[in-house]
Design a protein around this ligand. Structure first.
Ligand code: ADP
Ligand code: MG
Ligand code: MG
Ligand code: MG
Length: 652
């Protein structure tokens, strides 16, 4: 979410004047960190998740589910309460942290201190997540719930979708036709970001998602809920003049994207080399996990033909001018820029030792083609040896599938990599399962030197495929054929295993592995097109033939190197089995489940419209699923018993 420094934000015109200053000092700040810490080595595995929630208020009388705009009050209460929790959490759960987010209805929680590499920590994630949700629940009003749904189905729809109600007519930052100013966190950073993206771009953002065409959806679909003729702000005629496409759901504000919730994971690496190995290794995994976690099929009250948030968020912060977007020849701007600030990564670090400087510079250079969007007048001049604020200013407004996080100045924290593509799941059991899966995969990548490299253009193509309706079952994705060095797949127990049986098993997941051997004459290379093929998610996760064991096969081979008890093994099995079943289609993605819920709702008119009543019933159902009082055998395993069941010493 980025820095929340206090101060006076500059207007866009003034920000532009200091952009080069911020950029050049940002790079100097990075170079100071680099010089001081490029040889930092031996850091242990520390990791943690971030879960974003939307607070929803249920109005049983009017049968309406609305977003509760009480973020400030709730966070104030939570932070005063968590300070008094020390007695309660003797049970070794550190007091969690709650953070604000873009939407004034959003909360983010992280574990109070990062998890270590111990198996006990790995398997405490769900309990930790549930504890955080329980705390949030406890300090909400009785009719409010912390919901982990990626997008709020009726955000920006006609009628009342916030509590309290605000009319969108005075959306001074976004100029939205649909979202009131009050949807945004009031901290100066957020309205300024919103306004400066619009000003830099030279128009409102314009997001068009294809409508899901159902039996009775009018064709062409011309959205009857767009107030076409309202023109309070100069740009409003944009909708009428073509910004809103036929057969699409049109959205015109940052809040539609940045108001979404996701699940992120951050890993500390042993050293900078391993951080880039992990970064590169996880890049091709980004789109696969987006498709598998898909959870957002409804936008502005309509069923769409996509299942994921990604392009909505990308469009919602796309500050590129018409020239930068390539719609006009370059005259005033410096570059044509192919992607929004929020998108998949631009390129890999690559593995050769010499490349660390070259690709490292390119990595930073690519981030720094962007202008700063929010600058506070009080913090323009900084000591570049002591501060990383200008670096973080640019870094934290490049929202990509992976983030390479350098150590902050004056802290013991090491080089970290953040995995950012996943959509949040409705239950903490699922969120924990994905966290456990990615954590174990990150270890398998480092431990077996897995090579997932495919061209970035193919990763981009996968990102686009991942978002389509039902992509996890219907699409194929580019994936590397031979992911193990020397073609030698590690296999899990029972088979003739190249995993070294004589090596003592680790009780803790390691962080420092021997660096990969790079043959003296380099790696022999055939044509790049022969290195990858198109595979289903089921094949990518669960394996294909004898040659490729699947990500799960690789993970099980890694688990063989660990000293885990039977009980731990069965818990790991339960998490990995969710992933296996989501991948093979025997369990639905949240997006498909939500879509089916709407399409089978008695009040649904088969016209793509998700009414207030359907939305209310959906939100109630999601809450009941989370609490384990509604069984959904097509979404969750039968033994899922609900978020309150695992309370133990942490229940209220
Ligand atoms: P951001 O919003 O910038 O991504 P957050 O502070 O919200 O950052 O989340 C960072 C996550 O990283 C948290 O889950 C936290 O537990 C975890 N974390 C904290 N310190 C470390 C560390 N040294 N190494 C790895 N992860 C860490
Ligand atoms: Mg966040
Ligand atoms: Mg965060
Ligand atoms: Mg994050």
């Amino acid at each position: 979410m980025g820095l929340l420094s206090a101060g006076t934000p500059l207007s866009w015109d003034d920000t532009k004047k200091v952009a080069d200053h911020i950029r050049s000092h940002g790079i100097t700040q990075f170079l100071h960190i680099w010089d001081r810490l490029k040889d930092k080595n031996g850091d242990e595995l520390l990791w943690g998740d971030e879960i974003e929630y939307m607070v929803v208020v249920l109005d049983d009388k009017t049968k309406n589910a609305k977003l509760s705009l009480r973020q400030t009050e709730i966070l104030t209460k939570l932070s005063s309460i968590v300070n008094n929790l020390s007695l309660e959490t003797e049970d070794a759960i550190a007091i969690p942290t709650f953070h604000p987010e873009y939407g004034r209805y959003m909360l983010e929680s992280t574990p109070g201190s990062p998890f270590t590499g111990s198996i006990t920590d790995l398997l405490s994630v769900e309990k930790n997540m549930r504890y955080r949700r329980t705390l949030a629940r406890r300090y909400l009003k009785p009719n409010e719930i912390p919901l982990t749904l990626t997008s709020f189905p009726r955000l920006g729809s006609p009628g009342q979708f916030t509590e309290p109600y605000h009319n969108p007519h005075d959306a001074v930052s976004s100029h939205s036709l649909f979202l009131p100013e009050q949807i945004t966190n009031p901290h100066a950073r957020f309205p300024t970001l919103t306004a400066n993206i619009r000003r830099r771009r030279g128009s409102k953002v314009a997001i068009n998602l294809p409508i899901f065409v159902d039996e009775k959806t009018p064709r062409p679909f011309i959205d009857p809920t767009i107030p076409w003729d309202r023109s309070i702000y100069a740009e409003d005629p944009e909708a009428k003049n073509g910004a809103a496409l036929p057969d699409h759901i049109y959205m015109d504000a940052m809040g539609f994207g940045m108001g979404c919730c996701c699940l992120q994971l951050t890993y500390q690496a042993c050293n900078v080399s391993d951080a880039r190995r992990l970064y590169d290794g996880l890049i091709p995994i980004g789109p696969i996990m987006l498709a598998l976690t898909a959870g957002s099929p409804i936008w502005r009250g309509f069923l769409s033909d996509v299942d994921c948030r990604w392009n909505v968020v990308a469009g919602s912060v796309d500050d590129r001018t018409v020239e930068e977007r390539g719609l006009k020849p370059l005259e005033h701007d410096r570059f044509k820029i192919p992607k929004s600030r929020y998108d998949s990564v631009d390129f890999l670090w690559l593995l050769t030792p010499a490349s660390i400087i070259v690709y490292g510079s390119m990595h930073i250079a690519h981030l720094f083609i962007r202008d700063p969007l929010v600058v506070f007048s009080e913090t323009i001049d900084q000591d570049d040896k002591e501060s990383s604020d200008h670096f973080e200013n640019i870094q934290s407004t490049n929202w990509q599938t992976l983030r390479f996080k350098p150590p902050p100045p004056k802290s013991p924290i090491g080089w970290r990599v953040e995995f950012r593509s996943m959509e949040v799941q409705m239950t903490d059991y699922e969120n924990a399962a994905y966290a456990v899966f990615i954590t174990l995969l990150s270890r398998a990548i480092l431990s077996f030197n897995l090579n997932f490299y495919i061209p970035i253009s193919k990763v981009d193509e996968n990102m686009s495929r991942a978002q389509g309706r039902g992509a996890s079952q219907s699409e194929k994705f580019y994936f590397r054929k031979d992911v193990c060095p020397g073609g030698n797949s590690p296999k899990s127990s029972g088979s003739s295993s190249p995993v070294d049986e004589s090596r003592p098993k680790d009780r803790k997941m390691r962080n420092c592995f021997p660096p990969p051997e790079i043959p003296e004459n380099g790696v022999p290379k055939g044509p790049v097109e022969e290195e990858y093929s198109e595979m289903t998610i089921h094949e990518i996760i669960n394996g294909k033939g004898d040659s490729y064991p699947g990500l799960l096969g690789l993970i099980w081979a890694y688990i063989d190197t660990l000293d885990v008890s039977q009980q731990e093994l069965s818990k790991i099995h339960s998490y990995l089995d969710l992933i296996r079943r989501r991948a093979n289609g025997s369990l639905l993605t949240p997006a498909t489940w939500v879509r089916n819920f709407v399409r089978t709702h008695p009040a649904y008119a088969h016209d793509s419209v998700v009414t207030q009543e359907i939305n209310y019933d959906l939100i109630v159902a999601v809450d009941e699923i989370e609490r384990g009082v509604r069984n959904v055998a097509d979404l969750l395993p039968e033994d899922y018993t609900g978020g309150e069941a695992d309370g133990g010493s942490i229940s209220p």
